[in-house]
Write a protein that binds this ligand. Structure first.
Ligand code: HEC
Length: 161
């Protein structure tokens, strides 16, 4: 193999790399790699619904029934009871998120300490915990009925700390 051949081979490799790089640079200028500002579609039943109209005629007694069916396997619902798989929910409505000392929250929820559990936040959380706080350890798929979420939230308001 003579050196002219080696030079040609090296030049060919460099030229290919340069061409590939230029194509990449031109391509990403023509078609920028950015996510769309709005998702192209949304899955029905997973959008955040304004909960206030449902809170106006929520039924806390029905909420209590639902909470005992759905939440109490993981959450204590009585003040001063020790935390279960999830933190004690007494007084949770209106309280800062992830604020029970001694409970080991996931970083997904611990990162939201600056916000409180408003009715709307509780509703969005209960619609889909995984979407509200990606990485959360609350393994509940979600409650799709806004009326049921309102009933549960109304019940949570009755649980004083
Ligand atoms: C399978 C167990 C499980 C069930 C069922 C469950 N939770 Fe949870 N919940 C958790 C866990 C675990 C956490 C802590 C999540 C984290 O740290 O990411 C949590 C956290 C929460 C929080 C945040 C509390 C705080 O101090 O910030 C609320 C509010 C909540 N759950 C409400 C509910 C309600 C209401 C129900 C019933 C509709 C429910 N959960 C059902 C396990 C559960």
């Amino acid at each position: 193999m003579d050196s002219v051949f080696l030079n040609k081979a090296a030049a060919a490799v460099l030229l290919s790399i340069a061409t590939a790089w230029i194509c990449g640079a031109v391509g990403s200028t023509v078609v920028p790699i950015t996510a769309p500002a709005k998702p192209a579609f949304s899955v029905p039943g997973t959008e955040n619904v304004p909960i206030a109209p449902y809170m106006a005629h929520a039924d806390a007694d029905h909420g209590e029934e639902l909470a005992h069916q759905i939440c109490s396997s993981c959450h204590a619902l009585v003040s001063a009871a020790s935390d279960g798989v999830g933190p004690n929910l007494a007084g949770v409505a209106g309280r800062p998120r992830a604020s029970i000392t001694g409970y080991a929250y996931s970083s997904a929820l611990a990162g939201q300490k600056a916000h409180v559990w408003s009715d709307q936040a509780l509703s969005d959380w209960l619609t889909s915990p995984a979407r509200f706080a990606p990485g959360t350890r609350m393994s509940l798929v979600g409650i799709s009925s806004p009326a049921q979420r309102a009933d549960i939230i109304a019940y949570l308001h009755t649980l004083a700390e």
